[in-house]
Ligand binder design. Sequence first.
Ligand code: DGP
Length: 138
Amino acid sequence: MLVDDCIFCKIIRTEVPCFKVYENDRNLAFMDINPANPGHCLVIPKFHAADLLTIPDDWLAGSVAAVKLVATAVQKALAPHGLNIVQANGPGAAQSVMHFHWHVLPRGEDDGLRLNWGLQPGDMDAIAILAKRIQGFI
Ligand code: DGP
């Protein structure tokens, strides 16, 4: 089930473009356009649920394997110092898009990134190049 007024549902329906890195029948992974660090990806279920508290268990379970696949590709493509998998629920946790999602967040040594990192527009050309590199390892 998807809804009309959700940006991630629009991306799933290809009404809004994205830099896709992976897709299967239940999940879509694409580059975050406000990357906290280079290579920052999002993994979303093709089902509209706002957050962890409301996503059906089978959709949640199916998304975990997709996160692992994408995280593995990011690690191979970019060899970051580490990877955080972040999942926010509610405004107090800095959730800005109310469609359940995982952040696959490459970490640099001493990058100073904090949990609620704030949204800054990224360089679209650089994001497109990183998307292709990550895709190459999926
Ligand atoms: P959160 O703030 O945890 O809800 O994460 C939502 C992320 O989604 C945030 O890092 C920015 C990203 N984002 C918002 N709108 C778009 C969009 O239209 N395209 C892409 N690729 N990412 C988006």
